[in-house]
Design a protein around this ligand. Structure first.
Ligand SMILES: Nc1nc2c(ncn2[C@@H]2O[C@H](COP(=O)(O)OP(=O)(O)O)[C@@H](O)[C@H]2O)c(=O)[nH]1
Ligand SMILES: [Mg+2]
Length: 419
């Protein structure tokens, strides 16, 4: 089965910094703290859109960054929260974390949404830090940093267009002409248990997933071993290209035969909208035959097209016609699968390592808190120290043998240890 893959990087927005500010008014001395909170940073999420069918758009764009929250202002003014960044993906997209090597989610139904990176919380302004002992707090929080993740998207392609027709009509040739697939041309069809799939990129937003469905008519309806995935593709196709061999003795008889074979195999299949196409129009004898076949097909209510899979004549107009039909065709219902989410690692966990010129402390909560500290304000620093104690980092460092004056590294911050 053909699998579409893409690797992307997503980053949520940082929260806005809380502000340190004191109320000022003319002739009014010593106003109270009125520094506003920072706004929330934008989250990054995925959402399933039924109108997509491949991951080709990620070939043109692989970095997705949500906007940061704005910083708080004076007068208790909160900073603006940033909008979330929503990435649209086709149904059936599986998302892996490439660094954690874990499954993040399995997106199945239209509209389903999954947040993969939460936006940073806005830092609190100094208005929150006033107390009876300290009515002029020179402290605040910086915004929480955003998160970045490297993700691998994976999609098992399901064809929305099936190419049917008698052997030698040119099904494989057509698929090879319009897509990245390279099926064997002139191959004996019986042995194929999986359909050949290809993606035709029409423009940035429009892609067609086509399947060359050989062997369907050669007795397949009475169980001549079509694989499950083959049946799945046939059932999921919404439009058929019915390819007639222009070189055949009687293309119209072929047409009738294939239609009745399809009805036997699966009545739903026979009801799917068809674009009737006469192939090999590059050959003079086929051009002659076309003049006779065309009015016959029109009489039966079709709008037949003549193409050449060999010279690519009239192939683009054919595909656009298929795109139009697809827009009108009913969407398939997709079997539900339970989404799987990664359990978040314990944020409070931390690790201490002895490094060359000091100690390195790493861990989600401790690193996040360091990034949210205003080191120039002692109140803010004290809050950070309090967290070190609460998490038990202090104790572990002492046990590990830290000495007065040693350097503690947290992310890109360097702190000096004092007992
Ligand atoms: N002249 C001509 N030959 C074609 C065209 N399309 C396919 N063929 C030939 O017809 C034969 C059968 O083609 P193939 O794609 O294998 O047909 P399939 O059995 O329907 O998959 C091959 O020899 C192709 O080269 C066409 O547009 N013009
Ligand atoms: Mg073939």
């Amino acid at each position: 089965m053909l699998i579409d893959e893409a690797e992307i990087t997503v980053r949520s927005g940082k929260g806005g910094d809380g502000s340190v500010h004191f109320h000022r008014e003319k002739f009014v001395p010593r106003g109270g703290p009125d520094g506003g909170d920072g706004g929330r940073g934008g989250s990054v999420s995925f959402q399933v859109s039924q109108s997509l069918n491949s991951l080709t758009s990620f070939r043109h764009k692989s970095l997705f960054i949500a906007v940061d929250g704005s910083r708080g202002g004076p007068n208790n003014m909160s900073g603006k929260s940033a909008p979330d960044l929503v990435i649209l993906v086709p149904p059936g997209t599986i998302i892996h974390d490439t660094e954690g090597k874990s499954l993040v989610g399995d997106l199945v139904t239209h509209g389903q949404k999954l947040v993969v990176c939460k936006g940073g919380r806005g830092g609190r302004g100094n208005q929150h830090f006033a107390s009876s002992r300290n009515q002029a707090p020179r402290t605040a929080e910086k915004g929480e940093p955003g998160q970045a993740r490297k993700l691998r998207l994976e999609l098992k392609l399901i064809a929305d267009v099936g190419i049917v027709g008698v052997p030698n009509a040119g099904k494989s040739s057509l698929l090879a002409a319009v897509t990245n697939a390279n099926p064997k041309i002139g191959d004996y069809p019986f042995t194929t248990l999986e359909p050949n799939l290809g993606v035709a990129e029409m423009d940035l937003e429009t892609t067609l997933v086509l399947a060359d469905i050989p062997g369907l008519i050669e007795g397949a309806h009475d169980g001549a071993g079509l694989g499950d995935s083959f049946l799945r593709h046939i059932q999921r196709t919404r439009v058929l290209i019915h390819l007639l061999d222009g070189l055949s003795a009687d293309p119209l008889a072929d047409f009738t035969q294939i239609n009745s074979e399809m009805a036997l195999f699966d009545p739903d299949l026979a009801k799917k909208p068809q674009v009737v196409v006469v192939n090999k129009i590059d050959l003079p004898e086929v051009q002659k035959k076309w003049k006779k076949i065309q009015p016959e097909l029109v009489k039966r209510g079709y709008e037949p097209v003549a193409i050449s899979a060999l010279t690519h004549q009239e192939i683009q107009p054919l595909l656009w016609k298929v795109v139009e039909l697809l827009k009108k065709a009913p969407k398939p219902t997709i079997e539900e699968a339970l989404p799987v989410y990664r359990a978040e690692a314990d944020a409070r966990a931390f690790k201490i390592e002895k490094v060359k010129d000091g100690w390195r402390v790493s861990g989600k909560a401790i690193e996040r808190s360091a990034a949210m500290t205003y080191w120039e304000y002692s109140g803010s620093v004290r809050r950070f120290q309090k967290l070190m104690e609460t998490l038990g980092v202090d104790e572990e460092l002492r046990k590990a043998g830290i000495q007065e004056g040693d350097t503690v590294f947290i992310n890109n911050y360097e702190l000096e240890w004092q007992d």
